[in-house]
Design a protein around this ligand. Structure first.
Ligand code: PLP
Length: 410
């Protein structure tokens, strides 16, 4: 028999969300008349905006006609979309990113997960803790994480704890990482870094020859002026950072699938013989070999988000979710719970009351309120004692969930 990639066997058997699903299913079976409200998985609930639907229709019509039919497209994505992104998401905000530096994909999960293909096998990586699990698990698969220790940490990963004790602002690492994953606005904590806090990381990366993988999947939720939406707002970031973005949470594309990654031309890494190599060329080579592009129809839908109507409709959806977030924040406060996030991000991160563990609080909410959230410990050891709720629900569900939780009175 063939030998498998043993690293896969090191991954934890039970994925967080399958464990949640198992518990919810067991509860549903034993309480068939209870109405469960799900505020756990970070999927959206609002339908696509009319502009995106129009973009999809345009794409379909083109595919139906011989004179406008599109088969295989450019692996890097169509120029019509890359030009809109460069002009709107960067140039209009004073950041010089060219369409050539943008790679369209089927979403930020693939890109943040696949980017490790261009790294050396022994790179040391650092993650904030708690963290979006994809960064850790894909490095486990690649053999960079070392061994899982009894405390839930991987031996070769550098953890940057983010808790109430440091106001969820990670401290610079004591040990030098090659790669630093930062996600701001943050999933799962809903917290952000100010421009000057992010600058410290860019300066650190420049001084130490590290690279930052900056996941800004939630940038559209930023409204505070001192919170950056792109790492390239920080001077010098183009030499040390790759940025990942997604239309999933910006425009409800979780089912459509589209995102993009920015790799500035001047960003380089070192080969084992000590030569400087452009990361842009490596990623282009990787994508051209393993990826055949996001669908033409999808890219037409994404393009439509950049029309005046698309921008307004997208902003309206984001306002809707952020109203949910403020309902959650004020409801939790009146229930006597401490919570963070929900001002520049669609996630609320709360401290479990009375010293309950994340899973104990999960069980309590499920059993007493029939509300499902996500135990913080599922995102990393420093998430123990915390709990995540999302603002992506329906308005009536959000209101009812908050009323049910408030009735517990902690
Ligand atoms: N990055 C973060 C931080 C996320 O929370 C998510 C989705 O939940 C993703 C990336 C994945 O985005 P996409 O739907 O574009 O794959």
């Amino acid at each position: 028999m063939i030998h498998i990639n043993d690293n896969f066997t090191k991954l934890r058997a039970s994925y967080l969300f399958s464990e949640i699903a198992r518990k919810v299913e067991a509860f549903r079976e034993s309480h068939p008349s209870s109405r469960i409200i799900r505020m756990g998985i970070g999927d959206v609930t609002r339908p696509l905006c009319p502009a995106a639907i129009e973009g999809l229709r345009k794409g379909v019509d083109h595919e139906a006609d011989e004179s406008t039919f599109h088969g295989y497209g450019p692996e890097q994505g169509y120029l019509f979309l890359r030009e809109k992104i460069a002009a709107t998401d960067y140039e209009a905000r004073g950041i010089e990113i060219t369409p050539d530096e943008i790679f369209i994909s089927d979403g930020a999960k693939s890109d943040t997960g696949n980017i490790g293909d261009i790294l050396a096998a022994d790179c040391r990586i650092a993650v904030t803790d708690p963290v979006y699990p994809v960064y850790v698990d894909t490095n486990v698969m690649a053999g960079r994480a070392g061994e899982l220790q009894p405390d839930g940490r991987w031996s070769r990963i550098i953890y940057l704890p983010c808790t109430a004790a440091n106001d969820f602002v990670p401290a610079l690492p004591a040990e030098r990482p090659d790669v630093i994953y930062l996600c701001y606005p943050n999933n799962p904590t809903g917290t952000t870094l100010t421009r000057s806090q992010l600058k410290q990381w860019v300066d650190y990366a420049r001084a130490n020859g590290s690279i930052i993988f900056f996941d800004s999947a939630y940038e559209a939720y930023v409204s505070s002026p001192d919170i950056p939406r792109s790492i390239y707002e920080i001077e010098g970031a183009k030499e040390v950072a790759i940025e990942f973005r997604s239309f999933s949470k910006t425009a409800g594309f979780t089912g459509i699938r589209c995102g993009y990654t920015v790799i500035p031309r001047r960003l380089c890494g070192l080969s084992s013989s000590g030569q400087e190599v452009s990361l842009h060329s490596l990623w282009l080579r990787r994508q051209s070999t393993k990826f055949n592009g996001a669908s033409y129809i999808t890219q037409r839908a994404a393009e439509a988000l950049y029309t005046a109507a698309g921008k307004e409709q997208t902003a309206e959806t984001i306002r809707f979710y952020m109203t949910n977030a403020s309902i959650l924040r004020s409801g939790l406060a009146s229930a006597g719970l401490r919570a963070w996030g929900g001002t520049d991000a669609p996630y609320i991160w709360l401290k479990t009351p009375d010293g309950l563990s994340s899973w104990e609080f999960f069980d309590l909410l499920l059993n007493r309120c029939n509300v499902v959230g996500t135990p913080g410990v599922g995102f990393g050891p420093s998430g123990e004692g915390y709990f995540r709720l999302t603002a992506f629900g329906r308005r009536d569900d959000t209101q009812e969930a908050v009323e049910r939780i408030a009735s517990l009175r902690f």
